[in-house]
Design a protein around this ligand. Structure first.
Ligand code: NAD
Length: 685
């Protein structure tokens, strides 16, 4: 498609990495910057890191850039090539504003921009979308080159990204994905945190988190729905709340107002609870307050607690932020014997020593300095803080009957590494279940419900409204024919989609999250595609999901924590998902090491699929979405999860050409007897 004359925005994208040195614009002073990373490279390795970064630039610029990169490495522990930030603003523009020959590639550019939009991203200058270290690219040269490739590629090519590095465009076909992303793939024996620190500083690997490195992050809305479901079901299960009741008078205490954790107070408001969320970083707190996602805040711990006690008494919905360290909040709650009903934590403990978790006793600034200048001392302080953190929570559970869940941030894993006694039960599991073990796993993932999402590439509210109505209609139809096993989930999701617009959740692109199962996702996709074909929706829609889902993620302390057949440390499911999605019609696919709970702890993947109203798009969506959910259902059923067994049998009924190997359950007493018999025979010999 000829778009000439090009706009300045398009021209800058098409120029890629310019041959002339761009102006060095000052970094905005008010930006939320990523913490400095500790110095981990020796001199030879520093030379290699700079040499690696210079590979993107003409030799004539090396004298200037080598000095600049050496300074960046010394100051930040990484080379970001700040000078190469684009001069245009980064945000998801309507798809028609992007240059290019491939509508699919334009949709990917839009999604990339959304993930780097300062309103959406956590540390946009360092290309970090969320989770403290979830990067889209390692440096701005990679960004520029990738955008240029996307703007010039055809539907007969595929762009390959190795941890943010655009390896290049390779010939493929219309049916192949336009982009294949891998982030942080390493040889398993080299997947320690120290390995990551070194390879990331060398500029050869990156931490893509989950949706950050696959351009599918849609702001904290993406997590609000899941958090709402978790809270509701925690209260139903542990506080005996009836199905139609809200959480009036229930106090929930947690921490973190960052990328995902920022969803917590909003979700608490949606279900009518009283919440206190501790956040040590004023920038993160104020961002959520300005967005209206948290109602009030104070740095005075007693004031915060007084507000919560009063709201609890009045059964008033109130989200409070405490500007300070979460450990100080928990310890004061214990001292004052406040009855907290529900407790969790969403500090970034998957990254405890590099700014994910701030130890009590130090200010934010002191921590940021100490973690670089004296890493060992800092690590000891973090571990001590985790011990106090855990102790206060445990006391609250014992004395006030609070229900605590690990919120998938590696809280209990890090607590175990901080040598806390009594953290394991006899069967080797942690004393507190993770939210997946108890709530999301059996209630959602095992039935195929997960965080499906879509983005309207026109950027228009009308399209988003229409898509909400379409999804509501699909869920209503589904509810009419649903079995009792899944009626409650569909009802919760129906309520969600009806109220979603009113919650003003959209930050950045015109996106919607909606938990849906296999059938729901397939039907919504078909209905959206039809609406594009008949011009009820004015431009293509990008489908995707959080990686935190049924099939995309193998994470033994989170998504697959409710797998009990000994296979939770395997990662076949996530890898198969990535490959299976790719050849069934995804527009792009991604596979990452280390999303959510930390480097080396998880393999996860995701996809994006562009619906453009064509029959081919409808076929791709049908085939890919069916696999994308059924893969996990089949694995979960094989592991013995009864809900998944039900769901995969349903799937096989609907899809006669799906034949899944089903597990035949065995009687444990029989096995124990057999083992005893074998032992007796061995001792008699
Ligand atoms: N929201 C979800 O449903 C969900 C699901 C799974 C996992 N998680 C996990 O939750 C964690 C948080 O994710 P995020 O994207 O919000 O990360 P983030 O880094 O953007 O936010 C974490 C926030 O915690 C604050 N913090 C750190 N230590 C603190 C302390 N001691 N006291 C008070 N505040 C402190 C930080 O300042 C930061 O703003 C991650 O580990 C993520 O993997 C979230």
């Amino acid at each position: 498609m000829n778009q000439e004359p090009y706009t300045p925005f398009q021209l800058e994208i098409l120029a890629g990495i310019p041959s002339e040195l761009p102006d060095h614009r000052a970094l905005p002073l008010d930006a939320n910057r990523a913490p400095k990373r500790p110095k981990v490279l020796n001199q030879n390795e520093e030379i290699l890191a700079i040499k690696n970064a210079l590979r993107y630039f003409p030799q004539a610029l090396h004298p200037i850039l080598s000095v600049e990169f050496a300074q960046e490495l010394a100051e930040y522990g990484r080379i970001y090539a700040y000078r190469y930030r684009p001069s245009y603003e980064l945000y998801a523009r309507p798809i028609s504003e992007y240059p290019g020959q491939s509508e699919q590639a334009k949709a990917i550019m839009l999604m990339l921009h959304n993930n780097l939009d300062p309103k959406v991203a956590q540390h946009p200058l360092e290309l970090i979308t969320y989770g403290g270290n979830g990067t889209v690219f390692q440096n701005w040269a990679q960004y520029r080159l990738t955008m240029q490739y996307l703007a010039t590629m055809t539907d007969e090519q595929t762009l390959v990204l190795y941890s943010g590095h655009p390896l290049g465009l390779f010939p493929s076909s219309k049916n192949a994905p336009r982009v294949i992303v891998t982030n942080g793939m390493v040889i398993p024996n080299y997947s320690s945190r120290a390995d990551y620190d070194k390879m990331a500083a060398l500029g050869v690997t990156s931490y893509g988190q989950m949706t950050a490195g696959s351009f599918m992050y849609i702001g904290p809305q993406g997590i609000v729905h899941g958090t709402t479901i978790t809270l509701l079901n925690a209260a139903r299960k542990y506080l005996q709340l009836s199905k139609d009741q809200n959480l009036g008078g229930i106090l929930w205490v947690t921490a973190g107002l960052g990328g995902m954790s920022g969803a917590q107070p909003k979700a608490a408001d949606i279900v009518g609870a009283v919440s206190i969320t501790a956040e040590i970083n004023p920038k993160a707190l104020l961002k959520r307050h300005e967005q209206g996602w948290v109602q009030c805040y104070s740095a005075d711990v007693d004031e915060v607690i007084d507000w919560a006690i009063q709201a609890k008494k009045d059964k008033k919905t109130l989200s409070i932020a405490y500007l300070g360290n979460v450990v100080d909040l928990w310890e004061r709650l214990v001292e004052r014997k406040v009855k907290v009903d529900l407790g969790s934590d969403q500090t970034s403990l998957h990254n405890p020593y590099l700014g994910g978790y701030y130890p009590t006793g130090l200010s934010l600034e002191q921590s940021n300095q100490l973690m670089v200048s004296e890493p060992e001392k800092y690590q000891a302080l973090v571990q001590e803080s985790i011990r106090r953190h855990f102790k206060a929570i445990h006391t609250m559970v014992e004395s006030e009957g609070m229900y605590f869940w690990d919120y998938g941030n590696a809280f209990l894993l890090e607590a175990s590494r901080a040598q806390i006694e009594g953290i394991y039960k006899e069967d080797g599991r942690f004393i507190y279940p993770s939210y997946v073990e108890d709530l999301m796993g059996p209630m959602c993932f095992d039935y195929g419900f997960g965080p499906f999402r879509w983005v309207c590439t026109s950027g228009q509210d009308n399209d988003l409204d229409m898509s909400d109505q379409i999804a509501e209609k699909v869920l209503l139809d589904q509810l009419e024919h649903a079995d009792d096993d899944i009626k409650q989930q569909i009802q919760d999701n129906l309520l969600w989609i009806r109220e979603a617009k009113g919650h003003k959740l959209t930050v950045g692109s015109k996106a919607r999250i909606l938990y849906a199962d296999r059938v729901g996702r397939m039907k919504i996709a078909q209905a959206l595609n039809q609406a594009i074909a008949t011009h009820k929706i004015s431009a293509p829609i990008v489908l995707g999901r959080d990686h935190h889902d049924v099939s995309g993620t193998d994470s033994p302390y989170r998504e697959t924590s409710n797998i009990y057949d000994g296979s939770r440390f395997t990662a076949d499911m996530a890898v198969q998902n990535f490959v299976g999605d790719a050849f069934r019609g995804a527009t792009w696919v991604s596979l990452h090491n280390g999303g959510g709970v930390g480097w080396g702890e998880v393999i996860n993947g995701g996809f994006g699929l562009v619906l453009d109203g064509t029959t081919e798009a409808a076929q791709r969506a049908e085939s890919m979405l069916c696999w994308d959910v059924s893969n996990g259902l089949a694995r979960r059923a094989w592991a013995g999860n009864v809900e998944a067994n039900y769901a995969i049998k349903q799937a096989m009924q609907h899809q006669p050409n799906m034949k899944v190997t089903l597990a035949i359950p065995a009687d444990e007493t029989l096995i124990k007897n057999a083992l005893n018999q074998a032992t007796n025979q061995a001792t008699q010999k």
